[in-house]
Design a protein around this ligand. Sequence first.
Ligand SMILES: Cc1ncc(COP(=O)(O)O)c(C=O)c1O
Length: 246
Amino acid sequence: MLWNFPSNPLGATPEAGAADQLASLLRAEAPLTVVSDEVYEDFVFDGTHLSPAAALPADLASRVWSVFSFSKSYGVAGIRVGYVHAPAGHAANVARLSWATTMSTGSLSQAAALGLLRAGPGDAVAFRDQVRAARDLADGRLREAGLPVTAPRAGLFCWVDVSATGLDGEDLADRASRECGVLFLPGTEFSPRAPAMVRLSFGGEPAALREALDRLVPWLASLVADTRSGPAPERAVAGAPAATVR
Ligand SMILES: Cc1ncc(COP(=O)(O)O)c(C=O)c1O
């Protein structure tokens, strides 16, 4: 079973009682093993992170494989370093699998990861505070455009319903890249059931985020206003044949 909290793209965190529910499920389904993807563990804005391996009783925790990454916590996706907290006795199997697929992690990346670990959690904490402020900014500004935003309780993304713009997520993302120079992902990258959604990241540089929102929000608001006012009535333009003016 794949467990992904904080989730991408929803920014969701487990509801109260989730650890007990997971425990009941694991007791009922004896062979079930959990892969817990916790790469957004450091970006929980409301409450604290729930790590199943730490929350479950020891006999069940031994069926959880927890996956973490430097990519998010330290903002260094380019170094491609993550790690697995495996049940006792299985770490060597993970290392063997890793060896069989990538041979080794680049030595420069390893040195970078080691440097980050030696520097301690200070950078990660400062980064989380920066990201929390970015979440508040992005969430507030996107609402200004008149779009319903799923308030992210964690993670690095706003998940936004763009139906009010009159465009689906794919067309909107395409036009935003060309007309605003701002990139984001359509919801269909995550689910075929999310054609009306887009996912915007607020995890980048604060100045770039402010600039992107300054370009995007008025543009989105004008699309929403155009859609609300409906198609413009036909009117006659002096000296010319009747034309539809938008
Ligand atoms: C939920 C989730 N798990 C794992 C990853 C992969 O992270 P990495 O950069 O370590 O490959 C991502 C990356 O976006 C993610 O969103």
